[in-house]
Design a protein around this ligand. Structure first.
Ligand SMILES: [Zn+2]
Length: 182
């Protein structure tokens, strides 16, 4: 009997460990996007207004196929093909899924990697960081905290002052030009 209990205990622990170790980004994203049941939150809209919870079908209807592929399916645009890898105007880069301002032109630098790169976000709390073990690499995925949209990855080979390189898909961003200085 003891043996049975022990075996049961071990398998329980193993199941738990597997659950904890699960790094399937899609599953984790689902967890993130499903944290709040939109219906139950409608009354609390003042508090939760900023979080966006949409069904995948709603996203599909709203986004372009490219945006859906990158933001919702964690795709990557091909290097040197996006709108912003070589774009250096003054302004703010917003999430193309929800419009949240995420990066400033003041932190953008030319990384020669083919994707727009920033050494820091406007506000770290607007970014979700998550380990990504896909393609045999260990990387840190970055997502928009407001809508859960995939943005890209952050690497530690960036310039001063942070030493970080936020390597972001142009497709995940919309640019808003700064007002002309008088
Ligand atoms: Zn967003």
């Amino acid at each position: 009997m003891k043996k049975i209990i022990l075996t049961f205990g071990i398998s329980l622990f193993a199941a738990f460990a597997i659950h904890v170790a699960s790094t399937n980004p899609e599953a984790n994203l689902k967890k993130i996007t499903n944290i709040s049941n939109p219906d139950s939150l409608k009354e609390k809209s003042d508090l939760m207004e900023s979080k966006i919870n949409k069904t995948e079908q709603e996203w599909k209807n709203e986004l372009t196929p490219e945006e859906y592929y990158v933001l919702r399916e964690k795709g990557t645009e091909r290097a040197y093909t996006g709108e912003f890898w070589n774009h250096f105007e003054d302004g703010v880069y917003k999430c193309s899924g929800c419009g949240e301002p995420l990066f400033s032109s003041e932190t953008k630098f030319n990384s020669h990697c083919g994707w727009p790169s920033y050494f820091q976000p406007i506000d770290k709390s607007k970014i979700i960081y998550q380990e990504d073990r896909s393609y045999g690499m260990i990387r840190t995925e970055v997502m928009c905290a407001r809508c859960g949209g995939h943005l890209g990855h952050v690497f530690d080979d960036g310039p001063k002052p942070t030493g970080l390189r936020y390597c972001i898909n142009s497709v995940s961003l919309d640019f808003e030009k700064a007002a002309e200085k008088k």
